[in-house]
Write a protein that binds this ligand. Structure first.
Ligand code: SF4
Length: 464
């Protein structure tokens, strides 16, 4: 049951936080009739939710409706909130955002408030009852219904055309929707349904469109990336898709997120090795390392198999950057389990690690277990695990001192250029502080010699 409390604004969401400015592509904007609706889209949660907002924005604009993302000018009269319903913190942030916007409507600063996304998909009935001021709630697969509210039609021909909410030199690309896995802690299949892959041709067309518009780097995302193709091609076709995308002229970096360890198609690593523009980077959430936890989480893999998989991946591509995500405080987790998890990190020395505290989600099979680890203990365990990782990250960064790396410049912040190597994805990984004797542009690739190395970030001089 969702509880409505006016808490402090929280940072949350599944995997990666977002807040971006909208880049409007030429040729989309058209004039509109006298009373001009202006729609502000607020996106919460993960990069997959953001792609949905980008697709929605593209459709609205193609129907002559003015749309902005995270509008700071506040000159809009309609708001669409794309919510997250993944874990407690994210749900609370979504509810707070809805209540804030409803307050603005009550004050006459907004005419319409629409809500879509995962929280709306999961709790629509409760929300309709609890917040009747919202004009309409939509599920995660109801884009045409949202457009109907604007007397707009869904334009299938627009596939691949969306308004990016990211800076124009990188973009996320969702290669499939939904998930067929049954991880016991996860509510995503409840909100996103079964796994549906998008055809290779459609994804190549989308990549070509994005590159034509200045995108240099594409992050491939899904609920479960490595399942790609099993539904529409009856085979794991991620390697084939990677080759097709790597053939897109001008696409400099292709990055893989959300790989699943069980039945992992190792050919992916061969393609990564073979194709210059596929980053030597793999994000593969493992969630835990103690076998009793992996079993209770229904991860369909055990510690020994994970050890083997990591050894095989590194055997094929020693310089690969491995990122993983973990959960602290799952029901029944003991101090010994946490020690085992720390040992696992020390054994495999991942390059990047993210950690969540377990959230007891109704509708998941873990909800039948007793949520017996107190919240403060969950947080303490997460902190301990990240402390181990911080040391590993520091040591690994020291090894980069004096070396030269290709760096993609993302932005200039307080007079310093910030960028990333191929080993760093946006928002979740490390940054490189770049000192340059000339002006650098976002989206520019440069060579940087590393002069300083910190726990997570690096610092260096432009060499070319
Ligand atoms: S793979 Fe597991 S954790 Fe990931 S979306 Fe599917 S069920 Fe959830």
């Amino acid at each position: 049951m969702i509880k409505l409390t006016q808490n402090d604004k929280l940072k949350g969401g599944c995997g990666t936080d977002i807040g971006h400015t909208l880049t409007i592509f030429a040729g989309f904007m058209k004039t509109r009739s006298l009373k001009k609706d202006k729609v502000n889209i607020i996106t919460l949660g993960c990069s997959k939710n953001m792609v949905d907002s980008e697709v929605l924005s593209g459709q609205l604009l193609a129907n002559d409706i003015d749309v902005v993302h995270e509008n700071r000018k506040k000159d809009h009269n309609i708001v669409i909130i794309n919510t997250c319903g993944f874990i407690d913190k994210a749900k609370e942030e979504s509810v707070n955002t809805i209540l804030e916007q409803v307050e603005l409507k009550k004050k006459g600063k907004l005419e319409k408030v629409y809500v879509t996304g995962c929280l709306s998909e999961r709790y629509r009935n409760n929300l309709e009852e609890e917040i009747p001021e919202v004009d309409a709630f939509f599920g995660t697969m109801e884009l045409p219904q949202i457009l109907k509210r604007f007397e707009a039609d869904y334009k299938a021909e627009l596939v691949g055309e969306r308004l990016l909410a990211t800076p124009s030199h990188y973009a996320y690309m969702k290669i499939s929707e939904g998930c067929n896995r049954t991880c016991s802690f996860c509510a995503i299949p409840l909100m996103r349904g079964k796994h549906v892959s998008r055809p290779i041709e459609e994804l190549v067309k989308e990549a070509e469109t994005l590159v034509k518009r200045g995108v240099k780097e594409i992050m491939l995302i899904a609920q479960e990336l490595t399942y790609y193709g099993l539904d529409i091609y009856k085979n794991r076709e991620l390697p084939k898709l990677l080759h097709a995308l790597a053939d897109v002229e001008g696409l400099e970096w292709i990055r893989l997120h959300y790989a699943y360890p069980s039945k992992f198609p190792l050919e992916i690593i061969d393609v990564m090795k073979e194709r210059e523009n596929i980053c030597n980077y793999l994000d593969m959430p493992l969630q835990h390392a103690a076998n009793n936890m992996l079993k209770a989480m229904k991860r369909q893999i055990n510690r020994e198999e994970m050890n083997e998989l990591i050894a095989e991946i590194r055997g094929k591509l020693p310089e690969i950057c491995l990122r993983t995500t973990l959960i602290a405080g799952f029901p029944g987790e003991t101090e010994d389990d946490v020690e085992e998890l720390k040992g696992f990190l020390q054994e495999h020395r991942f390059d990047r690690v993210g950690i969540f505290t377990y959230s007891h989600e109704e509708g998941t099979s873990a909800y039948d277990l007793v949520d017996d680890v107190p919240q403060d203990v969950k947080e303490e365990r997460a902190r301990e695990v990240m402390e181990v990782q911080q040391e590993i990250s520091y040591e690994k960064n020291q090894e980069k001192l004096g070396r030269v790396f290709k760096v993609l410049i993302d932005k200039k912040e307080s007079g310093r250029y910030l960028g990333r190597t191929e080993f760093d994805s946006v928002e979740v990984d490390n940054e490189v502080i770049v000192h340059a004797d000339r002006a650098l542009k976002p989206g520019e690739f440069v060579q940087v010699k590393i002069t300083k190395a910190y726990d997570f970030d690096l610092e260096g001089e432009l060499v070319q």
